[in-house]
Design a protein around this ligand. Sequence first.
Ligand code: BES
Ligand code: MN
Ligand code: ZN
Length: 496
Amino acid sequence: MQISLDTKPFASLETDALVTYVFENGDLTQGRPAELDKLTGGMLSRLSKSGELTGKSLETTLLHAPAGFKAARLLLIGAGKREQFNPATLRKVAGAALRYLKARAAHKVVFLVREGDSTDAVAQAVTESAIVSDFETDKYKTDKKNDKFIETFTIAGFSEAEKAGGEKGIARGRIIGDAQNFTRDLVNEPSNKLTPKILAEKAEAMAKEAGLAVEILDEKKIAALKMGALLSVAQGSVEPPRMIVITYTPANPKPGAPIIGLVGKAVTFDTGGISIKPADGMEKMKYDMAGGATMLGIMRAVAGLKPNVKVICVVPSTENMPGGKAQKPGDIQTAMSGKTIEVLNTDAEGRLILADGVHYAKQLGATHLVDAATLTGAIVVALANINVGVFGSDQAWTDKLLASAKAAGEKMWQMPMDDEYREFIKGSFADIQNIGSGKGGGSITGAWFIREFAGDTPWIHLDIAGTAWNDDAKPWLAKGPTGVALRTLLHLIQSF
Ligand code: BES
Ligand code: MN
Ligand code: ZN
């Protein structure tokens, strides 16, 4: 899909479809709607009077051969109430329009922004959303819908003076949208096509192509470094673990800026181990590497966006399998940090591999940490598939992330981290235990476990178990991996 900006008068653009957004109970006598109404000889007013055009969120009104336009079709998409309109709504509207037109075999699409929306940020958001909404999960289908594709996506409504800015926005949006789809591609891979070893190879290839420093620790190096928590999860599988380390170093580092450590859980398949999961729905546990894939996608984008901060990405990867060599409930393991862990449930494996990942990121020099993980079913109970669960040890650092989430249009909700919860994971026979002692708050005890390894280093944990996978297709997004948290973290990284 080619994305570009065209400053020619929009009515003169030859295209399969021109789309713009209208507000609920919007005024048709002013601004862009008035222009469209006039061009079409009052069609918008007539549709509005008849009740067909209301502007309700994601309502679609398709006009064929619209009078006054060179476009073959004019699509009006509802953007809901003007007071509630924000960058997140704009993304949904643009994505839904693209998917609607793609399904109707349009190949060339023009997206017309409203008066006042011809900004760099809007060009970036619309570009990201076009790329992300265009993504399909049909890689392994032999009968692909090859006739349904968007060839060109043109943004209109910008003046000549606004063009350079808009094009910068498109360039940034393309880097970010492509990175998000890179993450989704990885998450979409089933576990037989994506073992820890293959993930590491793909990460290494990406890093080399992007010009990033990369080191892959194999099982021998992992053992030499005494990463006992990661090894304990990996020991049940015939597939060896990997620790992926990718580093971005800015040309002109900002003095006093943090060194950001990104740690992502990459369990390429989580059976639960000896504490095995029920069969129903287990197939979804191929997405238990979404946190790691998100961090890899972020690094891919960081290489192109060139922020002023150093970023170290650490992705521990393993399978979690039962077997003759698997760890068993009650086993005591020693993490890289030296802390001893009583493994009461082998299905609480994400926190184990993150313990070593977080410790290693600190050792490599990270001053501020963020981890992302499909960590708990409990966060799905608490926040469903709507909000990412945010846990933090340092409110200033957490506030920065929450502000970035807002700006990026991703829903995130901070969870409590009171000291009382820490008691739940006090060990009976080792320093700590890997599950809480039966008092609920499962997502919080999971977070506290990781925090034990972050220590005094400002740290944020994102539990994306509920939000990394879309069970049903949305008008603006395919079913399957979402790539959630990538845009928020890129915004955070670029805020220095
Ligand atoms: N990968 C799962 C968490 C998960 C659940 C991800 C649902 C996506 C959707 C994690 O490793 C896990 O099994 N967590 C356990 C922890 C429990 C044993 C304390 C859980 O949530 O049940
Ligand atoms: Mn598990
Ligand atoms: Zn897991």
